[in-house]
Structures are given as C-alpha cells and as structure tokens.
Design a protein around this ligand. Structure first.
Ligand code: KG4
Ligand code: ZN
Length: 358
C-alpha cells in the first residue's frame, strides 16, 4: 500500500494563529489529526479591526504553544511527518514572518521538506479536505481581503475571471458592522442581526451589476449604508432593517455575478457539469450559501462549500496545499520570503485605483 502523506501546517497571515496536522486518506480527502486555531478577536475588538503590531506580538506569544498542541493532539511525532507547510503570503508581512520562520526552523532541524504556501491556494483547495473536487472547477473566493472568480485548472494553475474593483466582500461586511455598531468581527454579526430586520426596507445600490463581466464592486453600496446609518442613529429596528437590506443586496449581487461567471466558465472550459466551490471566511454566511445553492439548481451545476471550521483562516488548508505540492515535487528552499501581495493568477490585470476603465 502506498504511504499516506502527513503534513504539519502553520498559518499566521492575519489575526489567527493556527497549526494543524493532517494526513491524506484513501478517499482522496484528508484525515484531520489536529486543527488548532487561536483567534485574536479580544485583542482587536476594541479597535474594530486588525492592528498589525498587536497581531504580530500575539502570534509570537502563541505560536510555539499552538504548534506543540497540534502535534500532541495529533498523536503523531515529528519524525512521522513528511513535511512542513507555512503560509508565505499574501498578508501582513510582520505576521507572516513569524509562522514562516518557525516553519523553516522546524523543517531545518528535523531535516524535512518545507513548502511556503499561498494562503489563497489554501482557501481554494479547502473544500477538498472533506469532499472530492475535480479540476477544472469554478471558484468564488470571498474573504476579508479578496473577492474573486477563478478557474482552478490544477494546483498552481489559476485563471482569474473577475475580481472586486474596490473593497473585498468581507471588508464590506466588516465596515457595515462598524457603521451600525454591531461589534467585531463584522461578518457574523451582520448576518446575525440581519435575521431580525426587513430585507426590503432600504433600497440599496448594486454597483456595476450590468457591466464589467463578473467583476464586482462594493464601494457605492458601502457609501449608501453610511448615508442611511447616519439617519437611523441607534434605533434598533432600523439598524436591523439596514443590516438585512445590506445582506439582501449582497445576495442579489452574488447571484447575478455568479450567473455571469458560470456562463464564462462554461464557454471557456466547454463543461456543462462542473463543481462550483465557494471558499473563504464569508463562505460561512448561510444566506449566501442558500442563494448560490438555489442558483446551482436553476443552472444545473454542483455547489460545494468547505465545512464551517475550514471557511475562516486555519492551518489544515495550508497543510493540504503542502501535501498536494509535495506530491508534485514542488518543494521550496529556505530562501522563500513573505509576500504581502501574491495573486493566484499572476497575469490577471490589477483592477483597482483611479483611471480604471470598465
Ligand atoms: O478568510 P478569512 O477568515 O480571512 C481572510 O483571509 O481575510 O475571512 C475573514 C472575513 C472577515 O471579513 C469576516 O467578517 C468574514 O470573513 N466573515 C463573514 C462571516 N464569517 C466571517 N462574513 C459574512 N458572514 C459570515 N458569517
Ligand atoms: Zn483567509
């Protein structure tokens, strides 16, 4: 029987310190031997967002403990591990360096291969931890820093079909929560309070909805929420109505833009039956899941999500990329450095800033 590969993953790109040990299994998915995530919510709560220096200090204080815990919970000794993978970007360089350096050190003293992982590839492959996914598939990556439609052709082979031209979707949720004083982190709170409101109460804009292919924009929507939020002060019912209307507008935007992306994907790949994967922190949102699931029924494709615990940042998805790359012999040397920007499709046009023509 072929040996099953086991990897230690380390993730410190933003505000979660995480380590995991996973092993590929005979079903083509992964056995999660341990998955430790230490969130820094309380550190950043009072500032309403991530403060890089605080995040880096918290990673430094926690990382050794988290890695030891991941190893001891997995009941696997370091000698049984085939390699170490740590996130090398994109993200906050001061934070990335902490996981990257400790990962390299462990690899060096245990004489194991090291892989510097693109965090976005982690999200892209994350549903594969539990479900068999087949290339090529259509990916909607929705996180705190990114919002993209991509064709995932293979490990390391991505074609970007569309992206946000301004804010990321998670950012739009977080800013809305801040404007409505709903607490931090924003996304889950907007989702929670939206359930108490009337989704049709406010008529909010859907920017670039009928143009620019499957590119997206949320800045105009954010400005509209800001304008309305100033009028409603702390009136609870209206706040919930605004959260509900925001969530409903997002659902409508994603529904329409996914429709466009599906048509582009079908045209490019000539595949009518395919998997549509939604990943990243915002993929935890239930009403987005329901909306896109309904679209998948209408347009006849398969819709796949990671388990809730693998939507937000975690190290299991980083170890999973490590296993895939290791099997393709894509090993890094110790010179791999942290990158703040690292697109999955390096040839895709940069879609932000003044002068952008759509
Ligand atoms: O993937 P992630 O954990 O970190 C990044 O790589 O950015 O995504 C974090 C983002 C945050 O903006 C957070 O508010 C959002 O995901 N998020 C949600 C939900 N849970 C997390 N947004 C909407 N609804 C949710 N349930
Ligand atoms: Zn992430």
């Amino acid at each position: 029987m072929k040996k099953k590969i086991t990897f230690l993953g380390i993730e410190t790109s933003c505000d979660e310190t995480a380590a995991a040990v996973i092993r590929e299994n005979s079903k083509g998915t992964a056995d999660i031997l341990s998955n430790i995530v230490s969130s820094q919510i309380t550190e950043h709560e009072k500032f309403g967002g991530v403060v890089p220096e605080l995040a880096a200090r918290a990673h430094l204080e926690n990382i050794e403990y988290i890695i030891n815990k991941a190893l001891s919970e997995s009941k696997i000794s370091l000698s049984e591990i085939d390699g170490i993978a740590a996130t090398a970007g994109p993200g906050l360089v001061v934070c990335l360096n902490i996981g990257l350096n400790i990962g390299k050190s462990i690899a060096a003293f245990s004489n194991k291969p090291f892989i510097g992982v693109n965090h976005l590839e982690g999200h892209a492959l994350s549903p594969g931890l539990k479900v068999n996914i087949k290339f090529p598939y259509l990916l909607l990556l929705i996180s705190g820093g990114h919002t993209q439609f991509l064709i995932v052709k293979d490990i390391n082979h991505y074609e970007q079909l569309g992206t946000t031209i301004d804010d990321a979707l998670g950012e739009a949720f977080d800013k809305t929560a801040k404007m409505l004083n709903l607490g931090y982190p924003g996304g889950p709170n907007v989702e929670k309070f939206a359930k108490f409101g009337d989704k049709d109460f406010f008529n909010l804009p859907e920017p670039i909805i009928n143009k620019a292919g499957c590119n997206l924009s949320f800045a105009g929507l954010k400005t509209a929420v800001l304008r309305e939020s100033k009028n409603i002060k702390e009136e609870k019912k209206l706040k919930y109505n605004l959260a509900a209307s925001f969530q409903n507008t997002i659902n409508k935007i994603l529904y329409k833009k996914t429709k466009v992306a599906v048509n582009i994907f079908r045209e490019k790949t000539k595949k009518t039956n395919f998997q549509f994967v939604v990943a990243g922190g915002v993929a935890a949102n239930e009403t987005i899941r329901n909306t896109l699931f309904n679209l998948s029924k209408e347009m006849n494709f398969e819709n796949i999500y990671p388990d809730h615990k693998f939507c937000g940042d975690n190290a299991a998805m980083i170890a999973w990329v490590g296993i895939h790359r290791f099997k393709k012999n894509m090993i890094d040397d110790m010179n791999v450095s942290a990158k703040s920007r690292w697109p999955l499709d390096e040839s895709a046009p940069f879609m932000k800033g003044p002068g952008l023509k759509l």
